[in-house]
Design a protein around this ligand. Structure first.
Ligand code: PLP
Length: 398
């Protein structure tokens, strides 16, 4: 047994088999590069599902982590700490919302948004059994409430009973959404572009139409930007492509700068102020270590212009992929450095393509059988991307 098999074997012995990772064991990471247990280098083209927009171990973020680790790391919200305010001030300034509530994981941020929407509906409309419209093929996390409105059978099988109060409509279909609105509808929750579903870009104007629908019926528009936020799609938030502003936003992943779980709900006062002391909370949410890291993560995005870089390099990357005219490829789609390459069914699934890319030193992961997702750290350079394209060409062009 070699060292890779040994390391994988231990995990299989002592942990749940709830993932099917590529057979590579990583021991180091820096920027866009990672190294496996045998010293082989790879370019990380997944970036932990967009958690690493700033790259692995960005020096500024690691410094913030270390400096804060030498002071105080967790206080709980029973007391104040000196980091949370500065972090959230920066977050509100950059995102254009007046308030934010810090959590840890993405699923918790989504749960927080749902709780806020429900309480808002009670306070403003007197509705206690409200319904939230969500979209087919959504991915918002793995808690019981969140999987209660998943349309993916495997995410739900065996995990019921489920949380009521959700209605699923087809993604990208405004007519279907309009038809689903009733007196009980309090909000719409969706990803501005779907990630896990296979990098799905909705029709132009879809978010604008949802905004108008929400305004008309006094419903809240909730965008899950956990994967698409922080420059990933070439705008700071993906909803900005449609020139709209939702009422509530869930964020996570890259907010933690690739080193620490930090998530949050964003909104203006009217919604956030439904929470009173004791209504909601999290032991680790807003802890000073996470706050220091989150603030540094935001500063890196700003100082290194990562949103603009994502926009420019994304166009270049998509153009080059299309120019390959691969006979295996059904469709190439995406915005910024959020790109999906869908493999034709008759050419097999995406997994073997990812395995071949791995052999060539490129780490990607398939999503929903047919799609290879390319979401490299936004700190990638054009030269590095060009190098990656050479390997991709070897796999996509016979
Ligand atoms: C990853 C993700 C989540 C869940 O985040 P966790 O940190 O894994 O709980 C929710 N929504 C979207 C769109 C995501 O990509």
């Amino acid at each position: 047994m070699n060292r890779t098999e040994q390391a994988i074997g231990v995990v299989n012995d002592v942990s749940a088999k709830n993932y099917k990772p590529l057979p590579v064991v990583l021991v180091e990471g820096q920027g866009i590069w990672v190294k496996d247990i045998d010293g082989k280098e790879y370019m990380d083209m997944l970036a932990a599902y967009s958690s690493l927009n700033q790259g692995h171990r960005h020096p500024k973020i690691i410094k913030a982590l270390k400096d804060q680790a030498d002071k105080v790391t967790i206080t709980s919200r029973a007391f104040h700490n000196d980091q949370m305010g500065d972090f959230l001030r920066k977050l509100c300034d950059m995102s254009g919302f007046s308030k934010s509530l810090p959590m840890n994981t993405g699923a918790e941020a989504v749960e927080t948004c749902i709780k806020a929407a429900r309480k808002w509906a009670l306070k403003t409309k007197g509705i206690t059994d409200g319904e939230i419209i969500v979209c087919s093929d959504n991915f918002h996390g793995r808690t019981i409430t969140v999987i209660s409105f998943s349309s993916e059978p495997q995410y739900r099988e065996g995990f019921g009973p489920f949380t009521p109060g959700f209605v699923i409509v087809p993604y990208g279909d405004i007519k279907a959404m309009e038809a689903a609105v009733t007196d009980k509808t309090i909000a719409v929750l969706l990803e501005p572009m779907q990630g896990e579903a296979g990098v799905i870009v909705p029709p132009a104007g879809y978010l604008k139409d949802i905004r108008a629908l929400c305004d008309k019926h006094k419903m809240l528009m909730i965008c899950d930007e956990i994967q698409t936020g922080f420059g990933r799609t070439g705008k700071f938030f993906a909803f900005m492509h449609d020139g709209i502003r939702p009422d509530i936003v869930a964020i996570g992943k890259a907010l933690g700068g690739g080193v620490y779980p930090v998530s949050a709900m964003l909104s203006d006062d009217e919604v956030m102020d439904v929470f009173r002391p004791g209504d909601h909370g999290s032991t680790f949410g807003g802890n000073p270590l996470g706050a220091a890291v989150g603030k540094a993560a935001l500063e890196v995005l700003e100082e290194e212009n990562l949103t603009q870089k994502s926009y420019e390099l994304g166009e270049f990357f998509i153009d080059e992929l299309k120019k390959m005219n691969s006979p295996y490829v059904k469709e190439i789609r995406g915005k910024g450095l959020f790109i999906g390459v869908e493999i034709k069914k008759e050419c097999g699934e995406a997994r073997p393509f990812c395995e071949k890319l791995m052999d060539l030193g490129l780490l990607c992961k398939e999503t929903h059988q047919q799609t290879i997702r390319f979401t490299p750290p936004l700190v990638i350079t054009k030269e590095e991307l060009t190098k990656a394209l050479e390997s991709i060409r070897k796999v996509l062009v016979p």
